[in-house]
Design a binder for this molecule. Structure first.
Ligand code: HEM
Length: 486
């Protein structure tokens, strides 16, 4: 502990980025005292301290970056040095074992091999396409459910979330897996516990804090672990009775693919059962809420901006004229709808603070960044930087129509999926789900707010948990649109 305090004092010799005054021992902990919306709080601090600033919270150095040019310096110029994710205590406790994680694996051979499996096998365009029938079934159910609401107020937040979670869980576990509800409820609890900062993260050398905070997380982890072990073992047993042709076919779910790779030993190291369970857990953790809140914010913005809604509906209805529900829809031509999704991700990135860790000491914009500093790339503030975006607060999908700006991490003023080697590997999967869902909702229904609420009155207050969602669920009234045969 003394060593840590000494190091903290000594760090004054470095030229650190600016930041608020620090109290002895706790540093800027008062500034971190559970602000309800940390991303707004951090944008506010940038107004006082500039586009790169630092906070010292207990033993932790936190560096916040809020402009595209600084993000580029970190994510491109110093990419390898920042290719590491910081491990919070909650995440560490939720892991199956300390060495089993893809999302938090140190940048190195283990991560590289798992990343290859994710990109080439689990989340490839071919695999994402192979889940089309799952998407169609779930979305058909959603459309039928909305239709049966008969003009009554409908909780669209819940419906979007159930539909997208069902798709991801069927892609992971197979068509009808009996333990998925149990798994999802344990995972939801884990995600809620893991969101936000824990005091034990700020004082890692005080072991008792780790013990106290860790207890509640480890019980959730044990539940997830027990269920996923059961799921994995059932899949392994089923594999034993599958024919050779069926093994390795496009019909495999995620829990089929990973044991096949485990058996083949093609990675150069042994993939353990814990590795497999961690990948699945992280896909759920990283893929479910992010996709749901994107679709939910898109519908909210469309309701708030009726002219945009009309334009998006006109495009979708023209392109999908006379098509059956979700069958074989080609969404390639839906340029305006794609722009709506991009604009939604610009204004409402589900994870506005993307965390990375400095492996070694380096300089950014002339400031010293000590090793092990936690760096937060504020992609929320970056997406609203007035030097890069005209009328940044306005929802204006047209700005993406004639532009080549994409979200794959090459445009540093638009980073909803991060950038570089750690960029989100789930982009194709997320987009396939969100695009189809929005296309069908716009195609089949006209939308209004309940109780005579006007678009201006729609409350857009945010809530910050693991992702930034709406604080209040979105209620809507759906009216079937001429059964889609106009
Ligand atoms: C709209 C939906 C989504 C958004 C906005 C999103 C956003 C992100 C972001 C910002 C990162 C960090 C990137 C970085 O550090 O540069 C990330 C990483 C990750 N995402 Fe996503 N994500 C989405 C959907 C998904 C889906 C559907 C999956 C999988 C089923 C997924 C799996 C992952 C994984 C495994 C990582 C860690 C990658 C690594 O560390 O190498 N995400 N995502």
């Amino acid at each position: 502990m003394l060593i840590k305090i000494f190091t903290a004092r000594n760090s004054n010799a470095l030229k650190l980025p600016p930041g608020p005054k620090k109290l002895p021992l706790i540093g800027n902990l008062p500034q971190m005292r559970r602000p309800e919306l940390p991303h707004h709080h951090m944008s506010g601090l940038a107004k006082t301290y500039g586009p790169i600033y630092h906070l010292r919270v207990g033993e932790l150095t936190l560096v916040v970056l809020t402009t595209p040019d600084i993000a580029e310096e970190v994510l491109r110029t110093h990419e390898i040095n920042f290719a590491q994710k910081p491990l919070s205590l909650s995440t560490e406790t939720m892991m199956m074992d300390k060495n089993s994680s893809f999302m938090y694996a140190p940048y190195g051979e283990y991560w590289r091999q798992l990343r290859k499996v994710c990109v080439l096998e689990l989340l490839s365009v071919k695999r994402v396409r192979s889940f089309q029938s799952i998407r169609e079934d779930e979305m058909r159910n959603l459309v039928q459910f909305v239709r049966s609401s008969l003009g009554r107020p409908l909780n669209l937040t819940d419906e979007i979330s159930s539909c997208l979670t069902a798709i991801i869980s069927k892609a992971a576990f197979g068509e009808s897996y009996k333990h998925q509800e149990e798994y999802l409820s344990a995972l939801k609890e884990g995600i809620e516990l893991a969101s936000g900062f824990s005091i034990a993260d700020f004082f890692p050398s005080i072991r008792i804090l780790r013990y106290i905070s860790g207890r509640k997380w480890s019980s959730v982890r044990q539940r997830c672990d027990k269920i996923s072990s059961r799921i994995l073992n059932d899949h392994k047993r089923r594999r034993e009775v599958l024919s050779i042709q069926e093994v390795g076919s496009a019909k495999e779910d995620f829990v089929d693919v990973l044991p096949r790779i485990q058996e083949s030993n093609e990675l150069g190291f042994h993939l353990t059962d814990n590795d497999i369970k961690s990948v699945i857990l992280e896909f759920f953790g990283g893929g479910t809420d992010t996709s749901s809140v994107t679709a939910e914010w898109a519908m909210s913005e469309l309701l708030k901006n009726p002219q945009v809604m009309t334009k998006a509906q006109a495009e979708v209805r023209e392109a999908l004229k006379g098509k059956e529900l979700a069958q074989d829809l080609d969404l390639q031509g839906l340029k305006y709808l794609k722009s709506v999704i991009k604009e939604t991700l610009r204004l409402h990135p589900p994870t506005p603070l993307v965390p990375r860790e400095a492996t070694k000491a380096c300089k950014i914009k002339g400031y010293d960044i000590p090793p092990k500093s936690r760096v937060l790339i504020h992609v929320g503030a970056i997406g609203k930087d007035p030097n890069y975006w005209k009328d940044p607060e306005r929802f204006e999908p047209g700005r993406f129509l004639e532009s080549s700006i994409d979200f794959i991490g090459m445009n540093y003023h638009f980073l909803p999926f991060g950038s570089g080697r750690r960029v989100c590997p789930g982009i194709a999967f997320a987009m396939a789900n969100v695009e189809l869902l929005l296309a069908l909702l716009l195609y089949h229904f006209d939308w209004a707010l309940p109780n005579g609420q006007t678009p201006e009155e729609l409350d857009m207050t945010e809530d910050f948990k693991a992702t930034v969602s709406r604080k209040r669920d979105l209620y809507v009234i759906a009216t079937p649109h001429s059964l889609g045969h106009d």
